[in-house]
Design a protein around this ligand. Structure first.
Ligand code: TXE
Length: 479
């Protein structure tokens, strides 16, 4: 199967007519081909988006709402096909794609379709002297670049607010997981999205992603991915004064106090550590447990982790599927070796898993728990982005805050305690864009989403995203 670019409303081959291999990570085999696009393809996409902008930006909110709702309906109608495609392309359990990725993609579109209907701008009255009002205008052609871990989920999370606000878009999904973005382009055609409003160009980050970043006509970039890539994008885009929203890596602390609801903390920590094979930027990869319950929690946690089934993503009984690529598996295995060198003890996992038959060459790794590491060693400071967590005890709030805040990252944190005063006190002191208390990954799409420090710049979600994708003009009228 050959994937195509979606430019000017049509599905077309890349200018080079060259294609890259696309792997099925569960089998380690090439199963489709992705356009190896070039700068030239981005230029074509930009021209189509520029041409479409005057009309799309003037389209009524009601009409944009109507088309976007149709897209969301079609995602739901094709739910099974999309979930299977996501699982084959990414290696994630198909049941996860069913419950999380695909429903969320439809919700993203619907959420911003409705949000634009309620989006209002500010007015400031100067006590009879003058009145100010703010116009919020779409920016023009904007760029959206997304990663491989939640492919359609994060792709639509960016595209939806951009389109709702009246912009036209040049988008690039990850070259590692292009399939659902391709299926999405067919959905947009079926829904009647006007030509050129959304353009999807496939290919390598260093070529296609860089061409979007460098393009002088693309005035804003919304990016989710690795911190190093974020730096490279900022370096190019900042001197061009582009608007930038960067959602980058994390090394999230999961803090468990002795007074927590033990069973809930235990059950949720297994999920927050290993959901999507640990490849979610919000996963809690450093577990800190207050000393009085440390041994009890550790024993129960390891016991539960040992019971997780790593297997065929298409089998409903699998808890973990395959890691996204061979390269990524190697990277994660490298960190397990590093943890051993740094004095860590592997409590469970630590090894690649070799399944049988068609899955023989798949990228499977046993969920891994590591104990005995210092809070400031590399394993506890660098983003691993796989099914690997460390666990360590703490004695005081002050100590655990030092551990939690010690990394360059600050995306998400989880706190487990039944003492609401303590929860508020700790949450306020965590250097983190998001803090979950007694839960994990509970998402209200209206809330600000993003990180501090090297976890990013800017916030997505709700009106934050619509503000990002619009340019305010203040009009001051003397009375
Ligand atoms: O991300 P990249 P990758 C982290 C995680 C992972 C690491 C690398 O630690 O191991 O990032 O993953 C495009 N200019 N996260 O390699 O390379 C690229 O094609 C413009 C965290 O997938 O950052 C893809 O579409 N674009 C993360 C997108 O950027 C470029 C989720 C992300 O790719 C580019 C995924 C360039 N120079 C990985 N180079 C999270 N926080 O959610 C690449 N791209």
């Amino acid at each position: 199967m050959q994937i195509q670019n979606y430019i000017g409303g049509s599905l077309i081959n890349p200018s080079s007519n060259l294609f890259l291999d696309n792997y099925n990570p569960a089998q380690g085999k090439v199963y489709s081909y992705i356009p190896d696009s070039e700068k030239e393809d981005i230029e074509k996409a930009y021209k189509a988006a520029k041409e479409a902008f005057p009309s799309w930006s003037k389209t009524t909110r009601e009409e944009r709402f109507r088309i976007m709702m149709k897209i969301a309906d079609l995602i739901e109608q094709k739910h099974d096909e999309l979930a299977l495609a996501e699982s084959i392309d990414n290696g994630k359990p198909v049941k996860l794609a069913h419950h999380v990725d695909i429903p969320r993609a439809a919700s993203n579109i619907r959420f911003f379709a409705t949000a634009i209907m309620h989006y209002a701008s500010e007015s400031h009255d100067m006590n009879g002297v003058a009145i100010n009002y703010t116009l919020r205008k779409p920016i023009g052609v904007v760029g959206c670049i997304s990663p491989w871990n939640l492919p359609l989920y994060l792709f639509t999370w960016k595209i939806a607010p951009a389109l709702a606000a009246g912009n036209t878009v040049v988008a690039k999904p990850s070259e590692v997981t292009p399939m659902t973005a391709y299926l999405f382009s067919k959905i947009c055609i079926e829904a009647g999205l006007p030509e050129g409003v959304l353009n999807i160009v496939h290919g390598l980050g260093v070529k296609v992603g860089a061409a979007i970043t460098e393009h002088p006509g693309i005035k804003a970039i919304s990016f989710t991915g690795g911190t190093e890539t974020g730096k490279a994008i900022a370096k190019v885009a900042a001197p061009m004064f582009k608007k930038l929203s960067l959602e980058l890596g994390g090394k999230n602390p999961n803090i468990i106090f002795a007074d927590c609801d033990f069973e809930n903390a235990l059950r949720t920590s297994v999920m927050s550590s290993f959901a999507n094979q640990g490849q979610i930027c919000l996963c809690g990869s450093r577990i800190f447990v207050e000393r009085p319950i440390y041994e009890k929690f550790k024993t129960a946690f390891v016991e539960k982790v040992k019971k997780l089934k790593v297997g065929d993503p298409n089998d409903a009984s699998s808890n973990l599927g395959a890691l996204v690529s061979k390269d990524h598996l190697e990277k994660v295995l490298g960190y397990i070796e590093l943890a051993k060198e740094e004095g860590g003890t592997i409590l469970t996992g630590g090894e690649q898993i070799h399944l049988d038959g068609e899955l023989k060459e798949g990228n499977y790794l046993a969920p891994t728990v590591i104990e005995g590491l210092a809070f400031n060693c590399r394993t506890n400071q660098e983003e691993i982005f796989g099914p690997v967590v460390t666990i360590m005890p703490f004695d005081t709030e002050e100590e655990v805050l030092t551990y939690a805040n010690s990394t360059q990252y600050g995306l998400a944190a989880t706190v487990w305690t039944q003492d609401v005063t303590k929860a508020n006190r700790v949450a306020a002191q965590l250097e983190s864009g998001i803090v979950w208390v007694n839960c994990w990954l509970v998402r209200d799409l209206r809330t600000p989403f993003g990180g501090v420090k090297s976890s990013g710049v800017g916030r997505e979600g709700g009106f934050n995203a619509l503000n990002f994708f619009t340019e305010p003009t203040n009009v001051c009228i003397k009375l």
